[in-house]
Design a protein around this ligand. Sequence first.
Ligand code: CA
Length: 240
Amino acid sequence: MKESHEAGRPLVLVVEDEPQVRSIIRMNLEASGCQVIECETGAEALDVVQEQEPELIVLDLMLPGLSGLDVCRRLREERGQRDLILMLTALAEEVDVVLGLEVGADDYLTKPFGAREFRARVRALLRRARVTKAAYRIIPLGEGTDIDLDQRIVVHGGGELSMTGKEFDLLVHLAQRPGRVFSRQELLNAVWGMDFVGIDRTVDTHVTRVRKKLRAALGESEVIETVHGIGYRFRRPVEA
Ligand code: CA
């Protein structure tokens, strides 16, 4: 399952429960020079998107459990517009298409579709993905301060705020899903790993340090909010 990004070969996630359709899609994507990851369920897809940041998601509408619409909706809620989604619908019914576009799919194709049409759509979306993904490599924090994900630094006024690796990872994990509340345990798992045996205070002390460092750049505007009794969430800066 785990495939690393190969330079120059866009990573595409295919979410489709029918093995036959999945393998046809894979074949076409690979023929177009893409690297492919496959998922059978929506729940699995949500995890893979988070971990692997594919350039494009080919998402079937009819899936067992979470439907394609649910997945699309969840991705938009948690990750804004950073993912490009090509929705596949089984029926030419307008209602599917309308719904798909309503929850934020970038394009749709009705099954069965021809290889040429599919590849043309994929090419067009991948062109867009390059622009979209590049923009998302920078997360603005306001007051001229940005997280630069490629360089793994927080930039401010031509300089850089010094942070430890864990402090940076914690900030990024929150900032990539603005508005989403994370429990301390979730943050421990995500930043320190499942095996981390620690106490909740670890998260708290790191949040305190990150806030203190950000204060030098952001003044009193607080991007990491405490949600009492639950944990923390990132609040988008107003100007960004
Ligand atoms: Ca299906």
